[in-house]
Design a protein around this ligand. Structure first.
Ligand SMILES: Cc1cc2nc3c(=O)[nH]c(=O)nc-3n(C[C@H](O)[C@H](O)[C@H](O)COP(=O)(O)OP(=O)(O)OC[C@H]3O[C@@H](n4cnc5c(N)ncnc54)[C@H](O)[C@@H]3O)c2cc1C
Length: 476
């Protein structure tokens, strides 16, 4: 989905950075012309974010084929004081993977592949540039399921998903990326390769260094390889959409469903979001067209042999109906119907709204109904008639908001951000549930993090990257 670029902020240019020609030449002489592309020859996709105009052209593009290539690139850039932006599949929604003025891009797209699968340990060892979907398919072929799934699975890379600690639609069952990573290899700003490729669930030998890099959005090191947990293979899921009277009842339904360990997804759509996507998603028939109430998508998937997922979900829904939690329910009877339910929930139809700005915030599940009411009221008070649509991974306390303004410029975008984040801050929530901070949310980090927390982050950054060459102007 598009995000806006009205609040971009960056660090000061590094005075030590060398001129453009010299960097091209130095990189080519160190790594060879196969690895390095000169600025003028870089394809625009490496500097154009989704649904946006091209950004600054990078000074050079480096596409390493090995960990040693990454290490030599960073060692050289450290010596020259040259800022570097790590790039994965470019699906991140905080614009953290794009170069600011005078930076080079290091794309991991060539460092791909599954290195090994350990069936008895239930682990997979992968290179950072491998697409998430390739990992999912390799896991399935070996008799397992990989715990993270999200809409960008075909394009996003494992390294990018780890660097943003991606969440997705199965987080209530398996957790976010952080919970999948057992071991990690990363290259520090000075070129040092830190290999912590543990394959054990238990490894209490001092600081858990991999956690430094998970969710750090390329500011502390470049992730090159990872050992990931695999889960017992899930059989085909059963999917249902339910109509629920109000948010308080959505929470009661969640409390009941949470007790069913095989529920993998619990997603909710506020009435106005559901009405919009129901009437604007081509070729999809919404189960409860035009009606009031919340729409809740529930997915159930089990690894228990002989268990019929559809029958079990149907029984859960019947119980909930009896308990007065559900007004109506539609159980998908084909893959096509299940896909349609997910298409509604993914809500790509709202991308067509004018001047759309997306938010991704979190609060405890029970407080999201009040949050949505307060947020909507604050938006309507400032912009009467504004369109704001709420939906998300409610089981994890994560709501996405699509806001469409009649007019948008830098000042209005900043005011819009501050209006939404003020409500998040008052309620003690997070301004970024799963998309990270990148450039877009950098000015608002203090809405969720205290001065002491931000100061500690800065000390860690200074210790690992004293010349600030790794993704400067992002996160901090
Ligand atoms: C349709 C769609 C649906 C999505 N759904 C979800 C969702 O449900 N949940 C969710 O959490 N996200 C979601 N996202 C966001 C996005 O997919 C994730 O953030 C994704 O995992 C980023 O991976 P990437 O490889 O595209 O990273 P990029 O966009 O290329 O980079 C993201 C950040 O990670 C850094 N980075 C990339 N690779 C490395 C590396 N090897 N080492 C160090 N830093 C690196 C970059 O510098 C940047 O800061 C969605 C995006 C789209 C387009």
């Amino acid at each position: 989905m598009p995000t806006h670029d009205m609040t971009a902020a960056r660090g000061e240019p590094d005075p030590a950075a060398t001129d453009e020609c010299m960097i091209d030449d130095e990189l080519i002489s160190e790594l060879g012309a196969d690895i390095v592309t000169r600025s003028a020859d870089i394809d625009p996709r490496y500097f154009t974010a989704y649904n946006e105009a091209p950004g600054p052209r990078p000074r050079a593009l480096v596409r390493p084929r090995s960990v040693d290539d990454v290490s030599r690139t960073l060692a050289l850039c450290m010596r020259l004081g040259q800022p570097v932006v790590p790039q994965g599949g470019l699906t991140g929604l905080a614009r953290g993977a794009f170069a600011l003025e005078g930076e080079i891009v290091l794309s991991m797209e060539r460092f791909t592949g599954i290195e090994s699968i350990d069936v008895s340990a239930g682990t997979i060892t992968v290179r950072a540039g491998t697409p998430l979907q390739t990992v999912q398919e390799a896991a399935e072929a070996a008799g397992f399921t990989f715990g993270v799934d999200l809409g960008a699975r075909g394009s996003c890379q494992i390294g990018g998903a780890i660097a943003t600690n991606a969440g997705g639609t199965r987080a209530i069952r398996f957790g976010m990326m952080r919970e999948q990573v057992l071991g990690l290899e990363a290259v520090l700003a000075d070129g040092t390769v830190v290999s912590s490729m543990s394959r054990m669930l238990k490894n209490n030998t001092g600081y858990d260094l991999k956690q430094l890099f998970i969710g750090s959005e390329g500011t502390l090191g470049i992730i090159t390889r990872a050992v990931l947990r695999l889960r017992p293979k899930l059989a085909a899921p059963a999917t249902a959409m339910c109509r629920v009277a109000d948010y308080a009842t959505v929470v009661r339904l969640w409390e009941r469903m949470r007790a069913v360990p095989e529920v993998v997804s619990f997603e909710a759509m506020w009435p106005s979001f559901y009405r919009y996507v129901g009437s604007h998603t081509p070729d999809v028939l919404a189960p409860f067209a035009g009606e009031e109430g919340f729409a809740v998508l529930i997915e159930y998937a089990t690894s228990a042999p002989g268990c019929d997922a559809t029958e079990t979900l149907e029984a859960c829904l019947a119980d909930s109906f009896e308990a007065g939690l559900i007004d109506d329910a539609a159980l998908a009877t084909s893959q096509r119907q299940a896909r349609d339910m997910w298409l509604l929930r993914e809500g790509l139809a709202i991308d067509a709204l004018p001047n759309l700005v997306n938010f991704d915030v979190s609060l405890p599940t029970g407080e999201l109904g009040t949050f949505a009411e307060r947020c909507e009221a604050a938006l309507q008070a400032r912009w009467p008639g504004i369109v704001s649509l709420f939906f998300g991974h409610i089981g994890d306390g994560n709501v996405h908001i699509g806001v469409s303004l009649v007019e948008l410029n830098n000042t209005l975008a900043d005011e819009l951000d501050r209006t939404v984040y003020a409500v998040v801050q008052e309620m003690g929530g997070s301004i970024s549930a799963e998309h990270g901070i990148g450039v877009l949310k950098r000015p608002y980090l203090s809405c969720t993090r205290s001065d002491a927390e931000i100061s500690l982050m800065r000390r860690l950054k200074a210790a690992l990257d004293p010349k600030h060459i790794l993704n400067p102007g992002k996160v901090l």
